[in-house]
Structure formats: C-alpha cells, structure tokens
Design a protein around this ligand. Structure first.
Ligand code: C2E
Ligand code: MG
Ligand code: MG
Length: 388
C-alpha cells in the first residue's frame, strides 16, 4: 500500500489484525491503542500503547505475520514507518546486535503463542543462518579472550634488511593465533574482530609484552646485535592519550631501550591527525621511532603528511609486486624521492624476487622486507639468524 504521511483512526477502528502480512510499523503521535490477541476465540488484552510508542514494528523486523490486533481506543494519529527504513538500519547494524534482537523477538513470539494456545510461526532458514554467522563471530571473540590466557597467541619476527649493506637491520612483529580447532587464524581476521570491540586493547598489550620479551631475549642471547622490532598498533590504541607512556612503562619493566622499538601505524588509520601528531611527538621525546605502514593504500593525504614527522614510510606490497609495470615503478621512485626529501627511511614491503630487490637498491630504497629476505620467524629462529 502507498504509505500515507499520517493516519487518523477513530475510536474502535482497527489498525491491523492478527495474521495480517506486515508492510509498515507506526509511531503513535497521539491517542491510545489497545493490543489484543485471540485466545479460545476471544480477544485477550496484551497491553495499551500511547503517544511516543512504536506499534507493529515486530512483524516488520522479522518479516512474520502480525501476532496481535491493534485497535484505536481513542482518536489516534499515527506516522507510518516504512519497513525499508527499519530493514536498512537492521542490515547496517552489528550482526551480533541483530542476532540478539531477532532472538529476543523469536522468544517473545514463542511465549505469546504458548500463552494464546496458537502455533508459533517457524523461523526463516535465512534468519537461522544469519544468527549462526553472528554467533560464530561472538564465539571466536570469546575464544580470542581465552587465547591470551592459554598463550595461543604468539609473535613471529619477519626480517627487515638494510639493502645497501645486506645486513639484518630489524624485524616486524606479526601476531599468530593457533586455534586448537580452527588451526592458524590470520591476523587480518582476528585483529579486525578485536578492533570491533575494546578487545584490541588487551590483545595489543599482550603483543607488546611478547615483543618486549623477545627484545629482552635478543639483548641477552645476541648482545652484539641491536636490531629494532617494529610492531603494529591499532586505531583504538592510538586514541588513548597515555598510550606512549604505557609502552614506555613496559620497556622499563623489560629493560629494553626505546630506540629498539618502532611503532607501525597503518595508513588507513591516519585519520585523526591530531592524535597521531601527539603520539609521534611523545614517541620521539622518548627516543622511539614511528613508521607509516601500507603507504599508498589508504588515505595518502599529502596535506597532512608534511605535518606528521614519521621516521619511516613502508611502501605497500601491492606496489612492489608490480614493479615491472612502468607506472608502478614511477610511483615507487617518486615515493622514495619524497620520503628522502622529508628525511624518512623507506621500507619496501612484499619483496619476493631478486629482481625487485636489485631494482629497489638502484632506486635508493633503504630497507626491504618480504619472502625473499625472510619469512616471519619464531623468536628462537630470529635469535639464531642474529648470531649466525
Ligand atoms: P602488515 O603490517 O602490512 O604486515 C605485513 C604482512 O605482509 C604480513 O601479513 C606478512 O606476513 C605479509 N608479508 C610479508 N612479506 C610478504 C611477501 O613477500 N609477500 C606476501 N604476499 N606477503 C608478505 P600478516 O602476518 O598476515 O599480517 C597482516 C596484517 O595484520 C599486518 O599487515 C598488520 O596490519 C596486521 N597485524 C599483524 N599483527 C598485528 C598486531 O599484533 N597488531 C595489530 N594491530 N595488527 C597486526
Ligand atoms: Mg605492519
Ligand atoms: Mg604493511
């Protein structure tokens, strides 16, 4: 039906009946409505609704038939709300929130059906699937919480080479989760999941402790080497005003020099320039470096880059992989030139072939990281590589 702007009901008039197919919900602007459901052939009162309340929204939310009849008790004015307005918001909502809402709705419908002696409508298969997916996500989230206690999260150290000398300059810490049933879960998946909630904070702290432990071991077991370890920081962590102070507290605890730790901020997060500028300033004051990760993939906003004193720019592997392409090569050359002029080092990510490495050397790129240089190593293997 075409949705009217306003609907007026006279006392006793029916807005919708039990069993009707839903098309609209309504917001009561004025007047009172009585909600009833049939039991043993007689209407049973479920409640009365007045101005400000929504009515008929349940059937619109879960696409079921009306489970009750709404009748005007007094003269009423209602604003119809098209189901698409709810559907869009419901689709855009967090899947876990959606699953919670639909599960509560299903429970209410079952209780109502039991109460009135009617058969509850079976839930749609797609609703089951959808909530199974949401529950899978929430299950993974609680398993991630436990993973830290059970020490299923580990870091791997991927070597970063100083190209001109061919020496091992440092590592990037990459987090690995070996799930007892699922096997290895990619950080791309569980970091994104942790970032959706505040869980990224304990995960980040865990990773930092692991990085500090690794640096402590390196200092003890490969004392001649002074490699840096870069680690990835998420947006939620950067937003915390005391973040750098908390990092420094950990460094003191493990007796690690701030110069050995490098913070990597992914470019897609460089949104709140004020926060990043403060973080860089505090890190520099403490002697710690900050790198801009995945350059060229997110918001390569040059208008802000000149205000952010990054020490390192990491060119995303997408560009390095296509160095044969003359346009890609032109971009990489320009980024290396720009970084040099800004006083930044450049790390090329995803270096997989000797040809790419030779080309990067010729372009004056300082550092390389990728399968050619080395895969992510266990801390034991990283120490072995330093003592070779
Ligand atoms: P990233 O920081 O850009 O890390 C580099 C990714 O490229 C890593 O994937 C690494 O294994 C992969 N890689 C390195 N060399 C090569 C290569 O030669 N070829 C190819 N094809 N890939 C290469 P990974 O370990 O799956 O990590 C993915 C992303 O997850 C990271 O991207 C980083 O943004 C995030 N991440 C990993 N660990 C953490 C963490 O502890 N905290 C946070 N916040 N994010 C993390
Ligand atoms: Mg990184
Ligand atoms: Mg990267």
């Amino acid at each position: 039906m075409a949705t009217a702007y306003r609907i007026e009901l006279k006392p006793g008039e029916v807005l919708f009946r039990e069993g009707d197919a839903p098309s609209t919900a309504f917001l009561i602007e004025s007047g009172n409505l009585r909600i009833t459901a049939e039991r043993d052939g007689a209407p049973m009162l479920l409640g009365e609704l007045s101005a400000g309340a929504l009515v008929g929204e349940m059937a619109v939310l879960d696409d079921s038939r009306r489970s009750a009849t709404a009748t005007a008790l007094t003269a009423c004015t209602l604003t119809p709300i098209d189901r698409a307005q709810f559907a869009e918001r419901l689709q855009a909502a967090d899947p876990v929130v959606r699953a919670l809402l639909l599960s509560q709705l299903a429970r209410y419908r079952t209780a109502l059906a039991t109460f009135t002696g009617n058969e509850p409508e079976p839930a749609r298969a797609s609703a089951h699937l959808e909530s199974a997916h949401a529950l899978d996500k929430i299950r993974l989230e609680s398993q991630l919480r436990n993973a830290m206690e059970r020490r299923e999260l580990e870091i791997r150290l991927q070597p970063i080479q100083h190209i001109a000398s061919g020496s091992l300059a440092g590592f990037e810490a990459l987090t690995r989760w070996t799930h007892p049933e699922r096997g290895v879960v990619s950080p791309a998946d569980f970091i994104a999941l942790a970032e959706e909630t505040s869980l990224i904070v304990p995960v980040g702290e865990y990773v930092l402790r692991e990085v500090c432990t690794a640096l402590r071991r390196i200092a003890n077991e490969a004392s001649h080497a002074k490699p840096f370890v870069a680690f990835n920081v998420s947006g939620r962590q950067v937003g915390d005003a005391d973040y750098v102070e908390r990092v420094l507290a950990q460094l003191r605890r493990y007796e690690v020099a701030p110069a050995q730790l490098k913070i990597e901020i992914t470019e897609s997060l460089v949104l709140d320039y004020g926060q990043i500028a403060t973080l860089i300033e505090r890190a520099h004051k403490a002697g710690m470096q900050v790198a801009l990760d995945d350059f060229g993939t997110g918001y390569s906003n040059l208008g802000h880059l000149h205000k952010l004193a990054f020490d390192t720019i990491k060119i995303d592997q997408g560009f390095i992989r296509q160095l044969e392409d003359s346009r890609c090569l032109a971009i990489v050359r320009a980024v290396i030139g720009m970084a040099g002029a800004l006083g930044c080092d450049v790390v090329a990510e995803g270096v997989e072939t000797p040809e790419h490495l030779a080309q990067l050397k010729q372009l004056g790129c300082q550092y390389a990281q990728g399968w050619l240089i080395g895969k992510p190593l266990t801390v034991d293997d990283a120490i072995a590589a330093l003592t070779r």
